[in-house]
Design a protein around this ligand. Structure first.
Ligand code: ZN
Length: 1118
């Protein structure tokens, strides 16, 4: 085995970080690896003589419900509950929320449709040459981009950051102005240069400051000289497509009063019926607080048949908060017939994801992102940047939908912009960035607010000469314990602030005391148990042999900490089909011993001593076992398997060993053997698009959920590797991994030859990754907002504590916030995420992330500080949870409505008055429509005929825990042309938009979405290129469906293979390559990922969807 040489790529937590100046190893850090708390924090300055007041330890008070500190005090000593910090009796951030938590099963890989089909005659799908620009141009007519100028939004600040913001900030606003990267003064393609009437030549604006769209220096928006007739509703001039994006479409016949008309009315697109039957005007004139589903779109939208509902009686729904769980089921009906859009819009004239990404890279990829300023919007996830922690958590840990949140709930309701944070508490950092320091506050444990229990952080205000501090979350005044006392400087800052991570950094860790441990005992190191299906299918495919061989070497690479020589993690082994086999691998044995448990109805662990062992001590016995397993079952005829008893056995084994840990389950089939959790095949594609479709996503029985809860209580995380040949009911099987913070991997129709690399790569990464065990996460907020909803792979038994049997560096928890009081512009809003967990070495720790946000009284400030990628991450998770309880169509409609409301509110309150014929998008959200469309037509929400139920459940489960970068590329794949850039170029080629129009048949492209990787070969690609890459002489000789490129010694081959390796290295799962030839049958699969185009499943093209959004917005505004 050659693959395991690399040590885990992550620096162990708690290692002293060389980069952070001023921190000395002797004070923090350093103590990693020990299970007992290390020496108390070397009290830098010691208690001050004369100030002997003891801290009121153990006191806690009732939660603040709004602001005023309650007078009463309740006794809540530490250690009263299993978790000192998070115990239920503990203080929370406010009254219990009433939000219903939904948690659901996960799902499966996405693999099967990708199975190579082999050589296919290139007969399908005649592939037309891509449209030339001229052709595209002639299709223009309806919509236009205009530079109509919005006045600079009311300037309540720069839009980001208080006035103290760094000088560099103003020049580096994301998406700032450079969109439409046409060189100054040069007309963009397809514009007026060609004299097309429909489109404006965007004049490039002055380098725009943030999105506040400043007119050019020459004074205001320029009206371009138009050579063609103006279309109605368009005011031209101004900057290019950038800035408040004005995309116009022909106005309805009846123009609203006040519309500035300068030209003849353009033809009406069919979708613009001015008055939609069924549209309920919002009550309060401001689009209402309603975030709820809109009634069906009254008239079919010809261009995009599947959004909207069908013709038919309008069904006005009461305006309510977006809540798929509560959406009444709409009537299902046939989709409207497809029609040709009458008015094409120039695809180059609508906001381009590629351009936005490029601009952000150019503007923000060069300087580190310094977190010292409140409310700064970080660079996009697609930009490479370094982070310097100066008091707020890095965007690698927390990203928000907006960094400037409305002061009042009324404003928030008006804007409908969800306020959410995507939190990745254990995110891995690039080597250049320091892992969080570990702080030890000694026996008394981490210093916290007595009332709200928030941890000491840079925002706490020290007063009275340093003897007390006021909590930044609840305003409670706390005494500073003598050993923590320090003098203040003339600005009121502690003089040791920069020597203490918890006073100067956004992220750090505390060593936990025994009060933070289960049963008031320090934890034992965790254990890994490998549970291997040895039924006929697993043996026949070669899986068992492959796995056992791999484990022999992989066990040397279990996660370690702090430079420890060997991992503290113990291992155990179980094999099973419809009975379970436990193995005694005690080091004193000459041979492993097997114990069979056939009573799966009442699972117990037949041995304790010798089941969980240290790898090095028992190496010989383990190796012998792994050699024997494939032989022992080589002739098995057993096809049936059990599942629940297997997980239960693993969990019981951890319980008996009194430790947390992880189960690695390798499973092949629907568990139909007689046992608890027995399943039947209930797949039924006929349910798609019916009210019962949701049942496909729901678990078949409650047994899995019950089991998962027991696992969480034990700190037993379950990672599930599935190798199905047919339906395995991923929706049910993934309940356990989902609720325990585990992962699901799926390898459909697994064959060693084809899938070995992918499986082993995933397995190695999964086994080696750093995991926090037996974790609890709490998000505290300053007065005025609170966390009300949570998404991710975890369990919650109350409304505030996110319980994670395991949490790794890839998983995120998304938290939504709501107002419960008015916020204050001056003080802003604070978040503190505290994760209590057991490290791989068995050390109990708290990881703290703090983030301060701005608050605004002007909606424009909200819209200038949003992050669309994070919004989409939240909205996708929200929708994917919604399908468990609501018809998929209702979920889609809800998303569309919310998006329209967000954009309509901007239009009404922030944009300059202009014709209703214009679509005006906030700069920070100009990609919202294109990305939202990708979510709407994703396999979960709008499956094509080839998408199997298990894959939908699998994807649903995966997305639940994805971070922002992952959802970004998953919903809008990257398409990279390979032969356009010089072969010597070492940088990644610039991506092109995910549309067939962008493919040149003389080129080769790589497409990746984080799970899949395609190499598309154009039919007219040069023979030399074919030879260099595939070692065959012509296009026709290339094997379609190939998954490995031949290793050839030429620059092109090296470059392409290098690029593939680099793309794989960026993703958390191995992406299997599929070579697709133009006009080949497999191309259908590939085209599924060209998300700007209309999809076969009926999903709208980007252009059509933009028109549709425009219509929705106009309805809201009229
Ligand atoms: Zn407090």
């Amino acid at each position: 085995m050659n693959v395991n040489q690399s040590v885990p790529p992550v620096p162990p937590f708690g290692q002293p970080q060389p980069i952070y100046p001023g921190y000395h190893q002797s004070s923090y850090g350093g103590q990693s690896g020990s299970t007992a708390p290390a020496i108390p924090y070397g009290a830098y300055n010691g208690p001050v003589p004369g100030y002997q007041q003891t801290p009121p330890q153990g006191m806690s008070r009732a939660p603040p419900s709004s602001g005023a500190p309650p007078a009463s005090t309740a006794q809540a000593p530490c250690g009263q509950a299993a978790y000192g910090q998070f115990g239920q009796g503990d203080v929370q951030n406010g009254p219990s929320s009433t939000v219903q938590m939904q948690r659901l099963p996960g799902s499966q890989p996405f693999g099967s449709p990708l199975a190579p089909v082999g050589n296919q005659p290139a007969v399908l799908q005649p592939y037309g040459p891509p449209l030339t620009s001229a052709q595209v141009t002639t299709q223009l007519s309806g919509m236009q981009i205009s530079g109509a100028v919005a006045p600079a939004p009311p300037s309540s600040g720069l839009g980001y950051g208080p006035p103290t913001s760094l000088a560099s900030a103003s020049g580096s606003f994301p998406n700032s102005g450079l969109y439409g990267s046409y060189p100054q003064g040069q007309a963009p393609p397809l514009s007026q240069a060609q004299g097309h009437p429909g489109i404006q030549t965007p004049q490039r604006s002055a380098p725009s400051q943030a999105s506040s769209f400043t007119p050019t220096a020459s004074g205001g928006p320029r009206l371009p000289s138009m050579t063609g007739p103006l279309l109605p509703g368009q005011s031209f001039g101004g900057p290019s497509v950038s800035q408040p994006n004005h995309v116009s479409s022909p106005p309805p016949q009846a123009l609203p009063p006040g519309t500035q008309m300068t030209g003849p009315l353009g033809p009406l697109p069919p979708m613009h019926s001015p008055q939609q039957p069924g549209y309920q005007p919002q009550q309060n004139g401001s689009f209402g607080p309603a975030r709820g589903p809109q009634p069906n779109y009254g008239s079919p939208y010809p261009a995009a048949p599947t959004f909207g509902s069908q013709p038919g009686p309008p069904q006005p729904l009461p305006p309510k908060r977006l809540d798929p769980d509560a959406i009444p089921s709409p009537q299902l009906s046939e989709l409207p017939p497809q029609q040709k859009t009458r008015h094409r819009i120039d695809p180059d004239a609508i906001p381009s994801p590629i351009q936005v990404i490029e601009d952000d890279r150019n503007n923000r990829g060069t300087e580190p992102f310094v977190t010292g300023v409140r409310g700064q919007v970080p660079p996009l996830v697609t930009t490479n940047f370094l982070v310097k922690d100066q008091g707020n958590a890095s965007p690698r840990y927390i990203r928000c939908t907006s960094y400037n949140i409305p002061c009042t709930s009324d404003m928030a309701k008006q804007a409908q912009v969800p306020l959410a944070a995507v939190i990745k508490p254990l995110a891995r950092l690039p080597p250049e960035e320091a892992s969080p320091y570990v702080v030890d506050h000694g026996e008394s444990g981490p210093l916290r607010c007595n009332r709200c229990k928030a941890y000491m952080c840079p925002f706490m205000q020290f007063i009275e000469g340093g003897r007390r501090f006021q909590c930044c979350f609840c305003s409670c005044i706390n005494d500073v314990p003598p050993q923590y006392f320090q003098h203040l400087d003339h600005t009121g800052k502690r003089v040791d602030a920069y020597d203490r991570p918890e006073l100067s950094l956004g992220s750090y860790e505390f060593l936990a005391t025994v009060d933070y441990c289960k049963n008031n005992k320090f934890p034992s190191p965790p254990a890994f148990i490998f549970m291997i299906d040895v039924s006929y299918n697993a043996i026949r495919t070669g899986l068992v042999r492959l796995l056992c061989e791999e484990l022999k070497s992989l066990l040397d690479f279990l996660p370690r900490e702090g430079g420890a020589e060997e991992s503290a993690i113990r291992v155990g082994f179980v094999t099973y089909n419809k009975v379970l086999h436990f193995y005694n691998v005690k080091n004193s044995l000459a041979q492993p011993q097997m114990m069979v448990v056939s009573d799966v109805a009442d699972m117990f662990v037949p041995l304790l001593d010798g089941f969980l062992v240290n790898v090095n001590e028992s190496r010989a016995v383990i190796t012998s076992l792994l050699d024997q397993i494939p032989e022992m079952f080589a002739d098995t005829r057993e096809t049936e398997t059990v599942f629940v008893p297997v997980v239960q056995a693993g969990m019981e084994a951890l319980k008996a060993a009194e430790c947390a840990g992880k189960l690695f389950l390798f499973h092949t089939s629907l568990p139909i053997a007689e046992a608890p959790g027995k399943l039947k095949n209930r797949d039924d594609r006929k349910l798609i698009n019916t009210d019962k479709e949701k049942t496909l996503f729901q678990p078949q029985t409650g047994a899995y959920q019950t089991l998962a809860k027991e696992c969480v209580a034990q700190g037993c995380c379950v990672d599930l590797f599935l190798f199905p040949n047919q339906y395995v009911d991923v929706a049910t099987l993934s309940v356990v991994p989902q609720l325990t913070g585990g992962s699901v991997y799926k390898y459909a129709s697994f064959q060693v030859e084809n899938d070995q690399e992918r499986f082993l790569s995933d397995l190695r990464r999964d086994v080696q990754k750093i995991v926090g065990f037996d974790a609890v996460m709490r998000v505290r907020t300053s007065t005025g907002i609170r966390a009300v909803d949570f998404f991710g792979a975890f369990y919650m038994s109350n409304t505030t504590d996110v319980e994670l049997a395991g949490l790794d560096g890839d998983k995120t928890v998304t938290v939504e916030f709501k107002h419960d009081d008015r916020l204050n512009e001056e003080s802003g809003a604070l978040l503190q995420c505290a994760l209590l967990y057991t490290s791989c070495a068995g050390q109990r720790r708290l990881r703290i992330h703090n983030l301060a946000l701005n608050c605004c009284t002007q909606l424009a400030d909200l819209y200038r500080n949003c992050e669309t990628d994070t919004l989409i991450n939240y909205m996708a998770k929200f929708a994917y949870r919604g399908v468990l309880n609501s018809p998929v169509k209702a979920v889609r409609d809800t998303l569309i409505t919310q998006c329209a409301q967000i954009l309509a509110c901007y239009r009404k309150n922030c944009a300059s008055p202009s014709s209703a014929g214009q679509l005006i998008l906030p700069e920070c959200m100009k990609l919202l429509p294109v990305y939202l469309n990708c979510v709407l037509k994703s396999d979960v929400l709008q499956p094509g005929a080839e998408v199997i139920t298990d894959d939908r459940a699998y994807i649903r489960q995966l997305v639940t825990s994805m971070d922002v970068a992952e959802t970004n590329v998953f919903f809008y794949p990257r398409l990279l042309p390979l032969t356009k850039s010089p072969i010597e170029s070492t940088t990644e080629p610039p991506a092109v938009r995910a549309s067939e129009e962008r493919l040149s048949n003389g080129d080769i492209y790589l497409l990746e979405n984080g799970l899949n990787l395609f190499l598309w070969v154009g039919a007219s690609v040069q023979q030399g290129v074919v030879q260099s890459l595939f070692s065959v002489s012509s296009f026709s000789q290339i094997t379609s469906g190939l998954s490995v490129l031949p290793v050839l010694d030429n620059p092109l081959s090296k470059k392409v293979r290098g690029l593939i390796d680099s793309l794989r290295a960026q993703r958390s799962r191995y992406m299997k390559l599929t070579v697709v030839k133009q006009e080949d049958k497999l191309e259908m699969l590939f085209k599924h990922f060209l998300v700007e185009d209309k999809s076969l499943s009926g999903g709208a093209s980007y252009v059509d969807f933009l028109c549709h959004m425009h219509k929705e917005i106009r309805q809201l505004l009229s």
